[in-house]
Design a protein around this ligand. Structure first.
Ligand SMILES: CC(C)(COP(=O)([O-])OP(=O)([O-])OC[C@H]1O[C@@H](n2cnc3c(N)ncnc32)[C@H](O)[C@@H]1OP(=O)([O-])[O-])[C@@H](O)C(=O)NCCC(=O)NCCSC(=O)C[C@@](C)(O)CC(=O)[O-]
Length: 585
Protein backbone atom coordinates (compact mmCIF):
# COMPACT_ATOMS: atom_id res chain seq x y z
CA UNK A 1 0.00 0.00 0.00
CA UNK A 2 1.56 3.31 -1.03
CA UNK A 3 0.85 6.69 0.56
CA UNK A 4 1.74 8.71 -2.50
CA UNK A 5 1.36 8.05 -6.22
CA UNK A 6 4.13 9.31 -8.47
CA UNK A 7 3.47 10.10 -12.12
CA UNK A 8 6.75 9.81 -13.99
CA UNK A 9 6.83 12.38 -16.79
CA UNK A 10 10.47 12.03 -17.93
CA UNK A 11 9.84 10.21 -21.24
CA UNK A 12 7.39 12.94 -22.33
CA UNK A 13 7.64 16.21 -20.45
CA UNK A 14 11.32 15.64 -19.72
CA UNK A 15 12.54 14.66 -23.18
CA UNK A 16 10.31 17.27 -24.84
CA UNK A 17 12.59 19.95 -23.43
CA UNK A 18 15.86 18.32 -24.52
CA UNK A 19 17.23 19.99 -27.62
CA UNK A 20 19.14 17.07 -29.13
CA UNK A 21 17.03 14.43 -30.85
CA UNK A 22 16.86 11.31 -28.70
CA UNK A 23 16.78 7.97 -30.56
CA UNK A 24 13.45 6.09 -30.35
CA UNK A 25 15.28 3.06 -28.94
CA UNK A 26 16.58 5.14 -26.02
CA UNK A 27 13.08 6.42 -25.25
CA UNK A 28 11.67 2.90 -25.31
CA UNK A 29 14.49 1.60 -23.15
CA UNK A 30 13.87 4.43 -20.68
CA UNK A 31 10.19 3.51 -20.36
CA UNK A 32 11.02 -0.19 -20.02
CA UNK A 33 13.55 0.47 -17.28
CA UNK A 34 11.19 2.83 -15.44
CA UNK A 35 8.50 0.16 -15.62
CA UNK A 36 10.63 -2.05 -13.38
CA UNK A 37 10.94 0.46 -10.52
CA UNK A 38 7.50 0.22 -8.92
CA UNK A 39 6.12 3.38 -10.55
CA UNK A 40 2.41 3.09 -11.32
CA UNK A 41 2.16 5.76 -14.01
CA UNK A 42 4.63 6.70 -16.74
CA UNK A 43 3.73 9.36 -19.26
CA UNK A 44 5.10 7.77 -22.41
CA UNK A 45 5.03 10.33 -25.22
CA UNK A 46 2.73 12.78 -26.98
CA UNK A 47 0.74 13.01 -30.17
CA UNK A 48 1.21 16.72 -30.63
CA UNK A 49 2.16 18.01 -34.09
CA UNK A 50 5.83 17.20 -34.87
CA UNK A 51 6.09 20.83 -36.06
CA UNK A 52 5.57 21.94 -32.46
CA UNK A 53 7.54 19.20 -30.76
CA UNK A 54 9.91 17.44 -33.19
CA UNK A 55 11.49 15.55 -30.29
CA UNK A 56 8.32 13.47 -29.85
CA UNK A 57 7.52 12.97 -33.54
CA UNK A 58 8.10 9.24 -33.02
CA UNK A 59 5.22 8.87 -30.52
CA UNK A 60 3.62 6.14 -32.65
CA UNK A 61 6.82 4.08 -32.72
CA UNK A 62 7.39 4.49 -28.99
CA UNK A 63 3.87 3.40 -28.20
CA UNK A 64 4.05 0.41 -30.54
CA UNK A 65 7.35 -0.65 -28.98
CA UNK A 66 5.84 -0.71 -25.48
CA UNK A 67 2.59 -2.37 -26.57
CA UNK A 68 3.42 -5.61 -24.77
CA UNK A 69 3.78 -3.61 -21.53
CA UNK A 70 0.55 -1.67 -22.06
CA UNK A 71 -1.40 -4.78 -22.93
CA UNK A 72 0.07 -7.11 -20.32
CA UNK A 73 -2.57 -8.11 -17.73
CA UNK A 74 0.27 -8.52 -15.19
CA UNK A 75 1.35 -4.92 -15.64
CA UNK A 76 -0.72 -2.42 -13.69
CA UNK A 77 1.20 0.60 -14.91
CA UNK A 78 -0.68 3.29 -16.82
CA UNK A 79 1.09 4.89 -19.79
CA UNK A 80 -0.79 8.13 -20.59
CA UNK A 81 0.14 10.06 -23.72
CA UNK A 82 -0.43 13.77 -24.22
CA UNK A 83 -2.93 14.75 -26.93
CA UNK A 84 -3.90 18.28 -27.96
CA UNK A 85 -7.15 17.51 -29.79
CA UNK A 86 -9.43 14.76 -31.14
CA UNK A 87 -7.04 14.08 -34.04
CA UNK A 88 -4.19 13.47 -31.58
CA UNK A 89 -6.48 11.27 -29.51
CA UNK A 90 -7.39 9.16 -32.51
CA UNK A 91 -3.76 8.73 -33.49
CA UNK A 92 -2.88 7.76 -29.94
CA UNK A 93 -5.69 5.21 -29.79
CA UNK A 94 -4.74 3.75 -33.18
CA UNK A 95 -1.28 3.17 -31.75
CA UNK A 96 -2.56 1.41 -28.66
CA UNK A 97 -2.93 4.16 -26.02
CA UNK A 98 -5.29 3.33 -23.18
CA UNK A 99 -4.95 6.61 -21.35
CA UNK A 100 -4.41 10.17 -22.56
CA UNK A 101 -3.65 13.51 -21.00
CA UNK A 102 -5.08 16.86 -22.09
CA UNK A 103 -3.80 20.28 -21.21
CA UNK A 104 -4.97 23.85 -20.79
CA UNK A 105 -3.37 26.97 -19.43
CA UNK A 106 -4.85 28.86 -16.51
CA UNK A 107 -3.75 32.08 -18.21
CA UNK A 108 -4.62 33.69 -21.55
CA UNK A 109 -1.16 34.76 -22.75
CA UNK A 110 0.45 31.37 -22.26
CA UNK A 111 -2.50 29.68 -23.93
CA UNK A 112 -2.20 31.97 -26.96
CA UNK A 113 1.58 31.55 -27.25
CA UNK A 114 1.71 27.85 -26.41
CA UNK A 115 -1.27 26.44 -28.28
CA UNK A 116 -2.42 29.40 -30.33
CA UNK A 117 -5.90 29.71 -28.89
CA UNK A 118 -7.73 31.24 -25.94
CA UNK A 119 -8.34 29.39 -22.69
CA UNK A 120 -12.05 29.17 -23.54
CA UNK A 121 -11.35 27.54 -26.93
CA UNK A 122 -8.84 25.12 -25.40
CA UNK A 123 -11.45 24.08 -22.82
CA UNK A 124 -13.91 23.35 -25.62
CA UNK A 125 -11.29 21.22 -27.39
CA UNK A 126 -10.53 19.38 -24.20
CA UNK A 127 -14.21 18.68 -23.63
CA UNK A 128 -14.44 17.17 -27.14
CA UNK A 129 -11.38 15.00 -26.54
CA UNK A 130 -12.67 13.87 -23.17
CA UNK A 131 -16.10 12.96 -24.49
CA UNK A 132 -14.63 11.00 -27.39
CA UNK A 133 -12.05 9.30 -25.16
CA UNK A 134 -14.59 8.25 -22.60
CA UNK A 135 -16.79 6.81 -25.35
CA UNK A 136 -13.78 4.70 -26.36
CA UNK A 137 -13.13 3.61 -22.78
CA UNK A 138 -9.94 5.70 -22.57
CA UNK A 139 -9.04 7.37 -19.28
CA UNK A 140 -8.23 11.09 -19.39
CA UNK A 141 -5.90 13.01 -17.13
CA UNK A 142 -5.87 16.82 -17.23
CA UNK A 143 -3.10 19.38 -16.90
CA UNK A 144 -3.47 23.01 -15.96
CA UNK A 145 -0.30 25.03 -16.54
CA UNK A 146 0.94 28.37 -15.15
CA UNK A 147 -0.82 27.95 -11.81
CA UNK A 148 1.29 30.63 -10.12
CA UNK A 149 2.79 32.72 -12.91
CA UNK A 150 2.56 33.24 -16.62
CA UNK A 151 5.82 34.09 -18.45
CA UNK A 152 4.11 36.88 -20.39
CA UNK A 153 1.49 38.36 -18.08
CA UNK A 154 2.89 37.75 -14.59
CA UNK A 155 0.99 36.46 -11.56
CA UNK A 156 -1.94 34.10 -12.15
CA UNK A 157 -5.35 34.82 -10.66
CA UNK A 158 -6.15 31.79 -8.41
CA UNK A 159 -9.77 31.93 -9.56
CA UNK A 160 -8.62 31.03 -13.09
CA UNK A 161 -6.91 27.93 -11.69
CA UNK A 162 -10.08 26.92 -9.85
CA UNK A 163 -12.25 27.46 -12.95
CA UNK A 164 -10.03 25.56 -15.37
CA UNK A 165 -9.52 22.70 -12.91
CA UNK A 166 -13.23 22.40 -12.24
CA UNK A 167 -14.01 22.49 -15.96
CA UNK A 168 -11.57 19.65 -16.67
CA UNK A 169 -13.04 17.55 -13.87
CA UNK A 170 -16.57 18.27 -15.06
CA UNK A 171 -15.54 17.25 -18.57
CA UNK A 172 -14.55 13.83 -17.24
CA UNK A 173 -10.86 13.99 -16.33
CA UNK A 174 -10.25 11.58 -13.47
CA UNK A 175 -7.47 13.79 -12.10
CA UNK A 176 -6.05 17.24 -12.81
CA UNK A 177 -2.37 17.92 -12.46
CA UNK A 178 -1.60 21.51 -11.48
CA UNK A 179 1.61 22.67 -13.09
CA UNK A 180 3.90 25.42 -11.87
CA UNK A 181 5.30 25.80 -15.38
CA UNK A 182 7.86 28.44 -14.41
CA UNK A 183 8.83 26.76 -11.13
CA UNK A 184 8.43 30.16 -9.50
CA UNK A 185 5.97 29.26 -6.73
CA UNK A 186 7.02 28.92 -3.11
CA UNK A 187 5.46 26.90 -0.27
CA UNK A 188 3.55 30.04 0.75
CA UNK A 189 2.03 30.24 -2.75
CA UNK A 190 1.20 26.52 -2.60
CA UNK A 191 -0.46 27.03 0.76
CA UNK A 192 -2.61 29.89 -0.53
CA UNK A 193 -3.67 28.37 -3.85
CA UNK A 194 -4.24 24.79 -2.73
CA UNK A 195 -6.17 25.80 0.40
CA UNK A 196 -8.43 27.92 -1.79
CA UNK A 197 -8.86 25.18 -4.40
CA UNK A 198 -9.49 22.40 -1.91
CA UNK A 199 -12.57 24.23 -0.62
CA UNK A 200 -14.39 23.13 -3.77
CA UNK A 201 -12.30 20.33 -5.29
CA UNK A 202 -11.44 17.07 -3.50
CA UNK A 203 -7.71 16.50 -2.88
CA UNK A 204 -8.03 13.04 -4.43
CA UNK A 205 -8.74 14.67 -7.84
CA UNK A 206 -5.63 16.85 -7.73
CA UNK A 207 -1.99 16.14 -8.57
CA UNK A 208 0.86 18.61 -8.19
CA UNK A 209 3.44 19.15 -10.91
CA UNK A 210 6.29 21.30 -9.60
CA UNK A 211 9.34 22.52 -11.46
CA UNK A 212 12.66 23.20 -9.79
CA UNK A 213 13.66 26.38 -11.62
CA UNK A 214 14.03 28.30 -8.36
CA UNK A 215 14.84 25.26 -6.18
CA UNK A 216 11.35 25.26 -4.64
CA UNK A 217 9.98 21.97 -5.94
CA UNK A 218 10.61 19.69 -2.95
CA UNK A 219 9.51 22.30 -0.43
CA UNK A 220 6.33 22.77 -2.48
CA UNK A 221 5.69 19.02 -2.52
CA UNK A 222 5.92 18.85 1.25
CA UNK A 223 3.56 21.77 1.63
CA UNK A 224 1.06 20.23 -0.80
CA UNK A 225 1.39 16.87 0.96
CA UNK A 226 0.57 18.54 4.29
CA UNK A 227 -2.58 19.91 2.65
CA UNK A 228 -3.68 16.43 1.56
CA UNK A 229 -2.32 16.09 -2.00
CA UNK A 230 -1.20 12.52 -2.65
CA UNK A 231 -0.20 12.51 -6.33
CA UNK A 232 2.95 14.19 -7.62
CA UNK A 233 4.49 14.43 -11.07
CA UNK A 234 8.26 14.24 -11.47
CA UNK A 235 10.90 13.32 -14.00
CA UNK A 236 13.78 10.88 -13.61
CA UNK A 237 17.15 12.69 -13.40
CA UNK A 238 15.13 15.94 -13.48
CA UNK A 239 14.94 15.54 -17.27
CA UNK A 240 13.61 18.62 -18.92
CA UNK A 241 14.34 22.26 -18.57
CA UNK A 242 12.60 25.55 -18.41
CA UNK A 243 12.21 27.24 -21.81
CA UNK A 244 11.70 30.54 -19.97
CA UNK A 245 14.86 30.35 -17.85
CA UNK A 246 17.73 29.11 -20.01
CA UNK A 247 20.02 26.65 -18.24
CA UNK A 248 17.67 26.38 -15.25
CA UNK A 249 16.60 23.06 -13.81
CA UNK A 250 13.31 21.73 -15.11
CA UNK A 251 11.06 19.13 -13.60
CA UNK A 252 11.38 17.98 -10.05
CA UNK A 253 13.62 14.89 -10.16
CA UNK A 254 11.83 11.66 -9.27
CA UNK A 255 14.86 10.49 -7.26
CA UNK A 256 14.69 13.66 -5.13
CA UNK A 257 10.96 13.19 -4.64
CA UNK A 258 11.25 9.54 -3.62
CA UNK A 259 14.23 10.29 -1.37
CA UNK A 260 12.39 13.06 0.51
CA UNK A 261 9.10 11.20 0.85
CA UNK A 262 10.59 7.87 1.91
CA UNK A 263 12.91 9.61 4.41
CA UNK A 264 9.81 11.34 5.79
CA UNK A 265 8.08 8.00 6.32
CA UNK A 266 5.82 8.38 3.28
CA UNK A 267 5.70 5.25 1.16
CA UNK A 268 5.98 5.61 -2.63
CA UNK A 269 6.46 1.98 -3.65
CA UNK A 270 9.37 3.05 -5.87
CA UNK A 271 12.79 1.39 -5.73
CA UNK A 272 15.13 4.35 -5.27
CA UNK A 273 18.31 2.43 -6.11
CA UNK A 274 16.88 1.27 -9.42
CA UNK A 275 15.70 4.79 -10.16
CA UNK A 276 19.16 6.20 -9.44
CA UNK A 277 20.70 3.72 -11.88
CA UNK A 278 18.22 4.78 -14.55
CA UNK A 279 18.84 8.47 -13.87
CA UNK A 280 22.58 7.95 -14.21
CA UNK A 281 22.17 5.88 -17.35
CA UNK A 282 19.83 8.29 -19.18
CA UNK A 283 21.98 11.31 -18.27
CA UNK A 284 24.96 9.53 -19.80
CA UNK A 285 22.99 8.50 -22.87
CA UNK A 286 21.97 12.11 -23.45
CA UNK A 287 25.37 13.50 -22.52
CA UNK A 288 23.89 15.87 -19.95
CA UNK A 289 24.49 16.32 -16.23
CA UNK A 290 22.24 14.36 -13.91
CA UNK A 291 19.61 16.85 -12.72
CA UNK A 292 18.83 14.93 -9.55
CA UNK A 293 20.79 15.91 -6.46
CA UNK A 294 19.79 12.79 -4.52
CA UNK A 295 20.47 10.68 -7.62
CA UNK A 296 23.97 12.13 -8.11
CA UNK A 297 24.83 11.75 -4.42
CA UNK A 298 23.63 8.16 -4.21
CA UNK A 299 25.30 7.27 -7.51
CA UNK A 300 28.64 8.69 -6.46
CA UNK A 301 28.46 6.77 -3.16
CA UNK A 302 27.45 3.43 -4.54
CA UNK A 303 28.05 3.45 -8.27
CA UNK A 304 30.06 5.40 -10.71
CA UNK A 305 28.28 6.48 -13.84
CA UNK A 306 25.63 3.82 -13.49
CA UNK A 307 27.95 0.87 -13.23
CA UNK A 308 28.51 -0.63 -9.82
CA UNK A 309 32.11 -0.01 -8.85
CA UNK A 310 32.73 -3.70 -8.44
CA UNK A 311 31.57 -4.51 -11.99
CA UNK A 312 34.51 -2.63 -13.52
CA UNK A 313 37.74 -4.54 -13.14
CA UNK A 314 40.60 -2.44 -11.80
CA UNK A 315 42.75 -1.63 -14.76
CA UNK A 316 46.49 -1.82 -14.13
CA UNK A 317 48.63 0.54 -16.21
CA UNK A 318 52.34 0.08 -16.86
CA UNK A 319 54.54 3.04 -17.72
CA UNK A 320 56.18 2.74 -21.15
CA UNK A 321 57.86 6.05 -21.80
CA UNK A 322 58.03 9.53 -20.40
CA UNK A 323 59.46 12.75 -21.88
CA UNK A 324 59.08 16.41 -20.90
CA UNK A 325 56.12 16.63 -23.26
CA UNK A 326 54.20 13.36 -22.97
CA UNK A 327 53.86 10.19 -20.97
CA UNK A 328 52.89 6.78 -22.35
CA UNK A 329 51.45 3.83 -20.47
CA UNK A 330 49.80 0.59 -21.34
CA UNK A 331 47.11 -1.71 -19.98
CA UNK A 332 46.65 -4.95 -21.95
CA UNK A 333 45.50 -3.93 -25.46
CA UNK A 334 45.19 -0.24 -24.53
CA UNK A 335 47.86 2.40 -24.82
CA UNK A 336 47.44 5.84 -23.33
CA UNK A 337 49.37 8.90 -24.47
CA UNK A 338 49.09 11.86 -22.12
CA UNK A 339 50.23 15.35 -23.13
CA UNK A 340 52.15 16.76 -20.18
CA UNK A 341 52.85 20.34 -21.28
CA UNK A 342 50.04 21.52 -19.04
CA UNK A 343 51.75 24.76 -18.13
CA UNK A 344 51.84 25.66 -21.85
CA UNK A 345 48.30 24.54 -22.59
CA UNK A 346 49.68 21.36 -24.23
CA UNK A 347 50.37 23.45 -27.34
CA UNK A 348 51.77 21.42 -30.23
CA UNK A 349 55.48 22.15 -30.33
CA UNK A 350 57.70 20.72 -33.05
CA UNK A 351 59.13 18.05 -30.73
CA UNK A 352 55.71 17.13 -29.33
CA UNK A 353 54.32 16.66 -32.83
CA UNK A 354 57.31 14.57 -33.85
CA UNK A 355 56.94 12.45 -30.72
CA UNK A 356 53.22 11.92 -31.32
CA UNK A 357 53.73 10.93 -34.95
CA UNK A 358 56.32 8.38 -33.91
CA UNK A 359 54.05 6.95 -31.21
CA UNK A 360 51.05 6.61 -33.51
CA UNK A 361 53.14 5.01 -36.24
CA UNK A 362 54.71 2.57 -33.80
CA UNK A 363 51.45 1.52 -32.15
CA UNK A 364 49.72 1.30 -35.52
CA UNK A 365 52.03 -1.57 -36.34
CA UNK A 366 51.76 -3.29 -32.95
CA UNK A 367 49.42 -6.28 -33.30
CA UNK A 368 48.88 -6.46 -29.54
CA UNK A 369 47.52 -2.91 -29.32
CA UNK A 370 43.82 -2.42 -30.08
CA UNK A 371 43.16 1.08 -28.74
CA UNK A 372 45.09 4.30 -28.38
CA UNK A 373 43.90 6.89 -25.89
CA UNK A 374 45.01 10.49 -26.24
CA UNK A 375 44.52 12.78 -23.28
CA UNK A 376 45.84 15.98 -21.77
CA UNK A 377 47.15 16.89 -18.36
CA UNK A 378 46.48 20.25 -16.71
CA UNK A 379 43.89 22.89 -17.45
CA UNK A 380 43.61 22.36 -21.22
CA UNK A 381 43.36 19.36 -23.51
CA UNK A 382 45.37 21.10 -26.21
CA UNK A 383 45.60 24.74 -27.31
CA UNK A 384 46.68 23.89 -30.86
CA UNK A 385 49.60 25.12 -32.93
CA UNK A 386 52.50 26.44 -30.92
CA UNK A 387 52.13 30.20 -31.26
CA UNK A 388 55.54 30.78 -29.68
CA UNK A 389 57.46 28.38 -31.93
CA UNK A 390 60.04 29.48 -34.48
CA UNK A 391 59.93 26.77 -37.12
CA UNK A 392 59.34 27.69 -40.78
CA UNK A 393 55.83 27.80 -42.19
CA UNK A 394 56.53 24.92 -44.54
CA UNK A 395 57.91 22.77 -41.74
CA UNK A 396 54.92 23.66 -39.55
CA UNK A 397 52.51 22.64 -42.30
CA UNK A 398 54.27 19.34 -42.99
CA UNK A 399 54.40 18.48 -39.31
CA UNK A 400 50.75 19.27 -38.59
CA UNK A 401 49.57 17.45 -41.69
CA UNK A 402 51.67 14.41 -40.82
CA UNK A 403 50.38 14.36 -37.24
CA UNK A 404 46.70 14.38 -38.16
CA UNK A 405 47.34 11.94 -41.00
CA UNK A 406 49.14 9.51 -38.67
CA UNK A 407 46.20 9.50 -36.27
CA UNK A 408 43.59 9.32 -39.01
CA UNK A 409 45.34 6.43 -40.73
CA UNK A 410 45.91 4.56 -37.49
CA UNK A 411 44.15 1.17 -37.75
CA UNK A 412 43.53 1.08 -33.99
CA UNK A 413 40.49 2.55 -32.28
CA UNK A 414 41.55 6.00 -31.13
CA UNK A 415 39.91 7.70 -28.16
CA UNK A 416 40.37 11.34 -27.18
CA UNK A 417 39.83 11.88 -23.46
CA UNK A 418 39.26 15.60 -23.25
CA UNK A 419 40.10 16.99 -19.84
CA UNK A 420 39.53 20.68 -20.63
CA UNK A 421 39.25 23.37 -23.32
CA UNK A 422 40.59 22.80 -26.84
CA UNK A 423 41.60 25.47 -29.32
CA UNK A 424 42.43 25.25 -33.04
CA UNK A 425 44.68 22.26 -33.65
CA UNK A 426 43.58 20.92 -30.24
CA UNK A 427 40.05 20.64 -31.61
CA UNK A 428 41.58 18.86 -34.62
CA UNK A 429 43.37 16.45 -32.31
CA UNK A 430 40.11 15.60 -30.55
CA UNK A 431 38.13 15.15 -33.75
CA UNK A 432 40.64 13.16 -35.75
CA UNK A 433 40.14 10.44 -33.12
CA UNK A 434 37.35 7.87 -33.47
CA UNK A 435 35.70 8.39 -30.09
CA UNK A 436 35.59 11.40 -27.77
CA UNK A 437 34.86 11.49 -24.06
CA UNK A 438 34.92 14.90 -22.46
CA UNK A 439 34.64 16.57 -19.14
CA UNK A 440 31.60 18.83 -18.91
CA UNK A 441 33.62 22.07 -18.77
CA UNK A 442 35.61 21.20 -21.89
CA UNK A 443 35.09 23.73 -24.66
CA UNK A 444 35.93 23.63 -28.36
CA UNK A 445 37.01 26.83 -30.08
CA UNK A 446 38.11 27.13 -33.67
CA UNK A 447 39.88 30.36 -32.76
CA UNK A 448 41.97 30.58 -35.93
CA UNK A 449 40.13 33.49 -37.60
CA UNK A 450 40.79 35.66 -34.57
CA UNK A 451 44.49 35.05 -35.08
CA UNK A 452 44.32 35.78 -38.80
CA UNK A 453 44.55 32.06 -39.51
CA UNK A 454 42.20 29.41 -40.80
CA UNK A 455 41.79 25.83 -39.57
CA UNK A 456 43.61 24.50 -42.64
CA UNK A 457 45.06 21.09 -41.81
CA UNK A 458 42.39 20.22 -39.28
CA UNK A 459 39.45 21.14 -41.54
CA UNK A 460 39.63 17.71 -43.17
CA UNK A 461 38.66 16.05 -39.88
CA UNK A 462 36.56 18.71 -38.17
CA UNK A 463 34.28 19.18 -41.19
CA UNK A 464 33.97 15.42 -41.63
CA UNK A 465 32.85 14.94 -38.04
CA UNK A 466 30.77 18.11 -37.52
CA UNK A 467 29.18 18.55 -40.94
CA UNK A 468 29.58 21.47 -43.35
CA UNK A 469 27.20 24.07 -42.06
CA UNK A 470 27.93 23.64 -38.38
CA UNK A 471 31.69 23.61 -38.99
CA UNK A 472 31.55 26.68 -41.23
CA UNK A 473 29.74 28.74 -38.61
CA UNK A 474 32.10 27.54 -35.89
CA UNK A 475 35.09 28.53 -38.04
CA UNK A 476 33.68 31.93 -39.02
CA UNK A 477 32.54 32.95 -35.56
CA UNK A 478 35.33 31.30 -33.53
CA UNK A 479 32.69 30.83 -30.88
CA UNK A 480 33.28 28.68 -27.84
CA UNK A 481 31.31 25.44 -28.21
CA UNK A 482 30.48 23.38 -25.15
CA UNK A 483 30.91 19.65 -24.68
CA UNK A 484 27.16 19.32 -24.08
CA UNK A 485 26.39 20.99 -27.40
CA UNK A 486 28.65 18.58 -29.28
CA UNK A 487 27.29 15.64 -27.30
CA UNK A 488 23.89 16.82 -28.52
CA UNK A 489 25.19 16.46 -32.08
CA UNK A 490 26.33 12.95 -31.11
CA UNK A 491 29.94 13.79 -32.01
CA UNK A 492 31.07 13.46 -28.40
CA UNK A 493 30.20 10.05 -27.06
CA UNK A 494 30.45 10.65 -23.32
CA UNK A 495 30.39 13.68 -21.04
CA UNK A 496 31.51 13.42 -17.42
CA UNK A 497 30.99 15.93 -14.63
CA UNK A 498 34.62 15.93 -13.46
CA UNK A 499 37.97 14.30 -14.16
CA UNK A 500 37.35 11.37 -11.80
CA UNK A 501 34.12 10.52 -13.59
CA UNK A 502 35.91 11.03 -16.91
CA UNK A 503 38.24 8.19 -15.91
CA UNK A 504 35.25 6.02 -15.08
CA UNK A 505 33.59 6.93 -18.38
CA UNK A 506 36.78 5.82 -20.13
CA UNK A 507 36.87 2.58 -18.12
CA UNK A 508 33.28 1.85 -19.11
CA UNK A 509 34.10 2.54 -22.76
CA UNK A 510 37.22 0.31 -22.63
CA UNK A 511 35.16 -2.47 -21.06
CA UNK A 512 32.66 -2.20 -23.91
CA UNK A 513 35.41 -2.22 -26.52
CA UNK A 514 36.91 -5.45 -25.15
CA UNK A 515 34.14 -7.21 -27.05
CA UNK A 516 34.91 -5.52 -30.38
CA UNK A 517 37.20 -7.63 -32.57
CA UNK A 518 40.28 -5.60 -33.57
CA UNK A 519 40.40 -6.39 -37.29
CA UNK A 520 36.65 -5.92 -37.63
CA UNK A 521 37.04 -2.56 -35.90
CA UNK A 522 39.77 -1.55 -38.34
CA UNK A 523 37.58 -2.52 -41.30
CA UNK A 524 34.68 -0.59 -39.81
CA UNK A 525 36.82 2.54 -39.55
CA UNK A 526 37.82 2.17 -43.20
CA UNK A 527 34.20 1.82 -44.26
CA UNK A 528 33.23 5.06 -42.55
CA UNK A 529 36.21 6.90 -44.01
CA UNK A 530 35.51 5.78 -47.55
CA UNK A 531 31.80 6.56 -47.14
CA UNK A 532 32.90 10.16 -46.51
CA UNK A 533 35.62 10.33 -49.15
CA UNK A 534 33.91 8.52 -52.00
CA UNK A 535 30.22 8.01 -51.24
CA UNK A 536 28.68 5.94 -54.02
CA UNK A 537 31.99 5.84 -55.91
CA UNK A 538 34.25 3.10 -57.22
CA UNK A 539 36.64 3.29 -54.31
CA UNK A 540 33.83 2.81 -51.84
CA UNK A 541 32.54 -0.18 -53.79
CA UNK A 542 36.05 -1.69 -53.77
CA UNK A 543 36.50 -1.17 -50.02
CA UNK A 544 33.08 -2.67 -49.26
CA UNK A 545 33.89 -5.74 -51.36
CA UNK A 546 37.37 -6.25 -49.92
CA UNK A 547 36.07 -5.74 -46.35
CA UNK A 548 33.37 -8.31 -46.93
CA UNK A 549 35.85 -10.84 -48.34
CA UNK A 550 38.26 -10.22 -45.54
CA UNK A 551 35.76 -10.57 -42.72
CA UNK A 552 34.27 -13.75 -44.19
CA UNK A 553 37.57 -15.30 -45.32
CA UNK A 554 39.17 -18.38 -43.80
CA UNK A 555 41.05 -17.75 -40.55
CA UNK A 556 39.17 -14.49 -40.00
CA UNK A 557 37.96 -13.21 -36.66
CA UNK A 558 34.50 -14.11 -37.81
CA UNK A 559 35.37 -17.77 -38.33
CA UNK A 560 36.45 -17.83 -34.68
CA UNK A 561 33.32 -15.92 -33.56
CA UNK A 562 31.12 -18.25 -35.60
CA UNK A 563 32.49 -21.40 -33.99
CA UNK A 564 32.14 -19.75 -30.56
CA UNK A 565 28.55 -18.83 -31.44
CA UNK A 566 27.80 -22.44 -32.27
CA UNK A 567 29.17 -23.38 -28.83
CA UNK A 568 26.66 -20.97 -27.27
CA UNK A 569 29.14 -18.16 -26.61
CA UNK A 570 27.51 -14.85 -27.47
CA UNK A 571 30.18 -12.39 -26.38
CA UNK A 572 33.89 -12.78 -26.97
CA UNK A 573 36.43 -10.92 -24.89
CA UNK A 574 38.91 -10.23 -27.70
CA UNK A 575 41.42 -8.77 -25.25
CA UNK A 576 42.05 -12.17 -23.73
CA UNK A 577 42.57 -13.84 -27.09
CA UNK A 578 46.07 -13.48 -28.40
CA UNK A 579 46.16 -16.55 -30.59
CA UNK A 580 43.13 -15.85 -32.76
CA UNK A 581 44.24 -16.48 -36.32
CA UNK A 582 42.93 -13.08 -37.38
CA UNK A 583 45.42 -11.27 -35.14
CA UNK A 584 47.96 -12.08 -37.85
CA UNK A 585 45.88 -10.75 -40.70
C1 LIG B 1 44.44 29.24 -24.00
C2 LIG B 1 44.39 30.69 -23.53
C3 LIG B 1 42.93 31.17 -23.58
C4 LIG B 1 44.88 30.72 -22.10
O1 LIG B 1 44.90 32.03 -21.60
P1 LIG B 1 46.20 32.62 -20.90
O2 LIG B 1 45.87 34.01 -20.54
O3 LIG B 1 47.34 32.45 -21.81
O4 LIG B 1 46.30 31.83 -19.55
P2 LIG B 1 46.93 30.45 -19.10
O5 LIG B 1 47.73 30.72 -17.87
O6 LIG B 1 45.88 29.45 -18.93
O7 LIG B 1 47.92 30.03 -20.25
C5 LIG B 1 48.67 28.89 -20.26
C6 LIG B 1 49.98 29.09 -20.97
O8 LIG B 1 49.85 28.41 -22.21
C7 LIG B 1 50.34 29.25 -23.24
N1 LIG B 1 49.65 28.95 -24.48
C8 LIG B 1 48.32 28.79 -24.65
N2 LIG B 1 48.07 28.52 -25.92
C9 LIG B 1 49.25 28.49 -26.56
C10 LIG B 1 49.62 28.22 -27.88
N3 LIG B 1 48.72 27.86 -28.81
N4 LIG B 1 50.92 28.29 -28.20
C11 LIG B 1 51.83 28.57 -27.28
N5 LIG B 1 51.54 28.81 -25.99
C12 LIG B 1 50.26 28.76 -25.64
C13 LIG B 1 50.04 30.63 -22.73
O9 LIG B 1 50.82 31.56 -23.44
C14 LIG B 1 50.38 30.51 -21.26
O10 LIG B 1 51.79 30.54 -21.10
P3 LIG B 1 52.49 31.85 -20.45
O11 LIG B 1 52.14 32.96 -21.34
O12 LIG B 1 51.91 31.97 -19.07
O13 LIG B 1 53.93 31.49 -20.49
C15 LIG B 1 45.24 31.61 -24.39
O14 LIG B 1 46.60 31.32 -24.15
C16 LIG B 1 45.01 31.47 -25.85
O15 LIG B 1 44.09 32.07 -26.37
N6 LIG B 1 45.85 30.67 -26.55
C17 LIG B 1 45.73 30.50 -27.95
C18 LIG B 1 44.77 29.38 -28.25
C19 LIG B 1 44.50 29.32 -29.72
O16 LIG B 1 43.86 30.19 -30.25
N7 LIG B 1 44.94 28.25 -30.40
C20 LIG B 1 44.80 28.09 -31.80
C21 LIG B 1 46.14 28.09 -32.40
S1 LIG B 1 46.11 28.23 -34.15
C22 LIG B 1 46.04 26.61 -34.70
O17 LIG B 1 45.97 25.70 -33.93
C23 LIG B 1 46.14 26.51 -36.17
C24 LIG B 1 45.75 25.20 -36.86
C25 LIG B 1 46.57 24.03 -36.36
O18 LIG B 1 44.41 24.91 -36.64
C26 LIG B 1 45.98 25.46 -38.35
C27 LIG B 1 45.62 24.29 -39.23
O19 LIG B 1 44.62 23.65 -39.02
O20 LIG B 1 46.36 24.09 -40.23
Amino acid sequence: MVDVKIVEVGPRDGLQNISQLVPTGTKVELIKRLSRTGLSKIEATSFVSPKWIPQLADGDMVLKAIQSLIASPQNNIGYPVLVPNVKGLEKAVQNGAREVAVFVSATESFSQKNINCSVAVSLVRVRLVTERARALGIKVRGYVSCIFEDPYEGLTDPEQVVTTTQTLLDAGCYEVSLGDTLGAGTPTDVGRLFTHLLRTVPASSIAAHFHDTYGQAIANVMKAYALGIRTFDSSVAGLGGCPFAKGAKGNLATEDLVYTLEKSGVSTGVDLDELVKIGTWISQELGIPNGSRAGSAIASKTHKNGAPKSSLPTRVWHALESTREYRVRRSSANVEICLTRGENGNALTQSLIQGLIKLFETFSGDGAVSRIILRGEGKYFCTGMDLKGTISNQEQFLLLRALFHAIDECPKTTIAVINGPCFGGGVGLAFVCDIRLAVLNATFTLSEVRLGLCPATISKYVVREWGFSYARTAMLTARQITASELAGLQVIQGVATDEASLDTTLDIMLEELRFAAPEASRLSKELVKVAYADAGGKQQARVIKSSFDRMMGPGSEHSHARSEFKRGIRKIDWETIDSVPCAKL
